[in-house]
Design a protein around this ligand. Structure first.
Ligand SMILES: NC(=O)c1ccc[n+]([C@@H]2O[C@H](COP(=O)([O-])OP(=O)(O)OC[C@H]3O[C@@H](n4cnc5c(N)ncnc54)[C@H](OP(=O)(O)O)[C@@H]3O)[C@@H](O)[C@H]2O)c1
Length: 107
């Protein structure tokens, strides 16, 4: 059985990918910031939920270690991220750094 590790699996493309791969017989490690709120994915036999905020270095190490304890990972879907829309002058340094940390450095 192949394994896919997904970040940002609480909504959107990440969530849909988790359900699709589970349905197709893959072992799915679905990670998200608040797994305690997730009910549908938690009930799927092939899906394991792990807590992961991709801007949190300690949690990245913890989630990676837990995933590898379950076996090899064949695919990593680096999906967690978000768009930041508006004029550059209106974006604060804090917003910019948070987005780069999430969308680029998290992986
Ligand atoms: N849909 C598009 O047209 C489009 C176009 C270009 C790029 N993308 C990119 O494709 C990805 C998926 O898009 P989508 O439309 O499915 O977006 P979405 O529904 O907003 O889902 C984004 C996911 O990323 C998670 N996330 C955000 N910050 C995070 C963090 N620090 N740590 C862990 N998870 C985090 C969110 O989790 P929470 O629920 O905890 O907030 C959410 O599950 C995103 O990276 C998006 O920027 C999408």
């Amino acid at each position: 059985m192949k394994t896919i590790f997904i970040t940002g699996a609480s909504t959107g493309l990440g969530r849909a990918t988790a359900l699709l791969f589970a349905k197709n017989g893959w072992k799915v490690i679905a990670t998200m910031r608040t797994p305690e709120k997730e009910t549908e994915l938690a009930g799927e036999a092939n899906i394991t939920l792990l807590a992961l905020d991709v801007t949190n270095k300690e949690q990245i190490a913890e989630a990676a270690a837990k995933a590898l304890e379950m076996g090899d990972v064949d695919v990593v879907f680096n999906n967690a991220g978000y768009g930041l829309v508006g004029p550059l002058e209106g974006i604060s340094d804090e917003q910019l750094v948070r987005q780069l940390n999430t969308n680029l450095l998290g992986v």
